[in-house]
Structure formats: C-alpha cells, structure tokens
Design a protein around this ligand. Structure first.
Ligand SMILES: C[S@@+](CC[C@H](N)C(=O)[O-])C[C@H]1O[C@@H](n2cnc3c(N)ncnc32)[C@H](O)[C@@H]1O
Length: 259
C-alpha cells in the first residue's frame, strides 16, 4: 500500500483536515524570507504555500502528477516550483536547502534510511528538517480496520522490513544521528469532524487515494460492506460529538532535526 498513486480520488478533503498541522509545522520552522524551503510529499501544497507566504523560495517535491498540477494551480504569484520526486530522490543539488518540511509524507517512504540520507545530502550544513507523523490511538484505529482487511484479502502482509516508528522520537534520533542531526519533538492534536460517520466514510475514506486503491479489492472479495459496518460502528461508539456529528481525535508528533 506504500506505492499508491495519491493523485487518484479526492485527496483534497484530507488535505483540508491536515492544514492545521501544516501551520504548526511551518511556524516551528521559523522560516526567514529568502530561505530555500522544500516541502517533501507536498500533496496539494499545504506547507509549501504557507512557507512561500513567509517569503521563502519553495520547492514542492511530490510524486503524484495530479497533485503537482493542483499545487501549480494554487500557487498564484508565490515563489513555488513543483517537481517530481520522492523523499529518497529529491532532484536538487547537494547542500542547497535551508529547511525540509514533510507533513505526514516522508512517513510513507519505503526506505526511511535512504530518505534521511537524501535529506542530509540536500540540506545546507545548518539546514533543518521538520516532519509530522501520527501517534497511535485515535483515527488510525479506523484506518487500521481497512488496512487489516485489505491485508487479509490480498494475503500480503505489507513488507515492514526497514520501516521505523516515525512517531517514536528515539527512532527518529537514531535515523538522523548518523548525519549529525539532533532530534527534538512535541506532541500535538488535530480532530476530524463530519456530520455523521457515514459522511466521514464517503468523504474521507471512499474518496481518499487509499480508499480508491483498495475498495475495489474489498468489494471483489465481498468484504467492503463488512468494513464499512465496522468503521461506522467504531466511529459512532467512540467519537459521537455531544454537539452533533462526529469528531475523531488524531494526535501527531512534530519532530525537528537540526545540526
Ligand atoms: C498524507 S499525504 C500528505 C500531503 C501533504 N503534505 C499535506 O499536508 O496534505 C502524503 C503525501 O506523501 C506523498 N508520498 C507518498 N510516498 C512518498 C515518498 N516515498 N516520498 C515523498 N512523498 C511521498 C503522497 O504522494 C502524498 O502527497
């Protein structure tokens, strides 16, 4: 599931959910006008556009063709260039980047060590890396229902060799230490609201790239309705909001690696 095309479906509704975390990430980076900032796995450009608004020269690295087009369409007169690339293959020269940002994106890199090495290569000697990653216990329980069932259906345990716990500051310290970075981290919280569990399913899951990639497999295996039922039940049971609708909590780590 790590090689899905994030351009399929409608990632935009999730991007809106993640925008508050992008704001925290960019604020924590203390960006100075004129700095070269790279948003790795930029999606629709949540962090890239905010960094450009602070006067940065921004490169948005994004592997999905459609999302790069969305960034370009949203750029206006900001100094943002979108390029095709991944965390482990950033098409920029050595020591050319002041700040690397990655809002819930480098966590999808199949080879975290290669990604860290690439970040270290493009960063200037005083360059800094800031990333966000999910802390377990919250909306990921819902995603877990989907992912577990897809694995059962496809018979493939996702290859986890080499993967790290991106929410664990110690794992991040070990990942970045060989490149001279020291890591500090804080925990923050987001929440995802919808008018009902069914609306959450249709707007955030069925149209999400992960849903678009996996729902046909579940349907073919006769498991889609079961997964939908389990998801709706869990949301209604745990996260019905007293003021109406539903609200899913989502805690995340904001990590800063600096040298
Ligand atoms: C959850 S979205 C986050 C997008 C964006 N940063 C935001 O704030 O909305 C994950 C993004 O990571 C990108 N991505 C997936 N694999 C990647 C990789 N190996 N390296 C860099 N980006 C990757 C996807 O294309 C997608 O845009």
């Amino acid at each position: 599931m790590s090689d899905i095309d994030w351009g399929q479906g409608t990632y935009e509704s999730t991007a809106a959910d993640l925008a508050p975390a992008a704001r925290e990430l960019v604020a924590a980076a203390r960006i100075q006008p004129g700095e070269h900032v790279v948003d790795v796995g930029a999606g629709t450009g949540n962090a890239a556009l905010l960094a450009a608004d602070l006067g940065a020269r921004v490169t948005a690295v994004e592997p999905a063709d459609r999302l790069r087009a969305v960034i370009q369409a949203n750029t206006g007169d900001r100094d943002v260039t979108s390029v095709n690339g991944t965390a482990a293959a950033i098409p920029l020269p050595d020591a050319s980047v002041d700040v690397l940002l990655s809002n819930f994106a480098v966590i999808f890199a199949p080879d975290p060590q290669a990604a860290a090495a690439e970040f270290a290569r493009v960063a200037t000697p005083t360059g800094r890396v800031l990333l966000t990653s999910w802390v377990p216990g919250g909306f990921d329980e819902v995603i877990g229902i989907l992912v577990r069932t897809v694995r059962e259906v496809t018979g493939s345990g996702e290859a986890m060799e080499g993967r790290i716990d991106w929410h664990d500051p110690k794992a991040l310290s070990e990942l970045f230490a060989p490149f001279g970075f020291e890591v500090s981290a804080t925990v923050h919280e987001l929440s995802f609201r919808a008018s009902s569990a069914a609306e959450y399913w249709s707007t955030r899951m069925a149209q999400h790239p992960l849903g678009v990639a996996t729902f046909p497999l579940l349907e073919k295996a006769g498991r889609l309705e079961e997964v939908r039922g389990l998801v709706l039940e869990k949301i209604a049971e745990k996260w019905t909001h007293p003021g109406g609708g539903i609200e899913l909590p989502a805690r995340y780590l904001l990590a800063v690696a600096a040298r």
